[in-house]
Design a binder for this molecule. Sequence first.
Ligand SMILES: Nc1ncnc2c1ncn2[C@@H]1O[C@H](COP(=O)(O)OP(=O)(O)O)[C@@H](O)[C@H]1O
Ligand SMILES: [Mg+2]
Length: 301
Amino acid sequence: MEDRLISIEGIAKRYPAAAGGQTTIFEDLWLRVGRGEFVCVIGHSGCGKTTVLNILAGLDAPSAGAVIVDGREISGPSLDRAVIFQGHALLPWKTVLGNVAYAVASRWPKASKAEIEARATRAIATVGLAGAEGKRPAELSGGMKQRVGIARALAIEPKILLMDEPFSALDALTRGTLQEEARRICRETGQTVYMITHDVDEAIYLADKIVLMTNGPGARIAEIVVNPLPADRRQGAIHHDPNYYALRNHLIDFLVSRSKTFRDDPPAGYDPRHPPVVRLDGGVAAPPLPSAAPKLRAVAT
Ligand SMILES: Nc1ncnc2c1ncn2[C@@H]1O[C@H](COP(=O)(O)OP(=O)(O)O)[C@@H](O)[C@H]1O
Ligand SMILES: [Mg+2]
């Protein structure tokens, strides 16, 4: 049986509309995330990805529904749930060590200064920043700042790591290295991750499951795609995997066409409480896609 850590249960978000009435950004979202799973969410801008992440963080509240973490409904922010933002959000007047130690101290307020610094130093080393402990954010490159953000999040040993497009502002080389490190660290520590990305290859490299959100307003979870690539996949070599193109085409076809038509024309039998789980590795077939299916099968076999 799945060891469920997060259960999103029918959440919706509505705002008052300018013309009166309400705008529903998304509704009836249901999703379960198992302990130790790495989930990536893909969907067009404005469908509500950041809002869902903020709800998971406890920084925003749903208009309907609930989120259960480890058996309890969440009601506000918690150090059990660490967020890595797109911007790094570091304290500019504190050093690298100071920024990480600050988070560690809030998590373990009774720890000694030496314990706090030892834990912070370890986290800084984990993200490859040993030697930069005394630098201030202004002295760091974008990639280094994002590493500090990761170190800070990991140092508090959160139950859930929430990441909102954490690598999107970085150059391609730095992004690749950080993706590799993030995957290694999360696998080694069994970290549960909920991450938003707009980069299909990033999702294919990092995720165990890829959650596809339809366009808003009224966005839904269209399906959950199980990543068929082997767990020991290597960054930069995923395109050699025989399942890679089937998966990539499936995700891109969704973004190009199905994300737009899904809401008005959902597949027969679609139940938002149980979004279809799609496997493209020759196991359970993908749902019927008039235009994309033949291409997928051709690549998958
Ligand atoms: N305070 C607000 N009032 C009205 N609309 C909002 C507010 N905050 C966000 N929205 C709208 O909610 C939608 C979803 O936003 P967001 O979660 O940031 O989407 P995403 O991260 O998928 O791009 C957007 O259309 C945005 O304009
Ligand atoms: Mg967003």
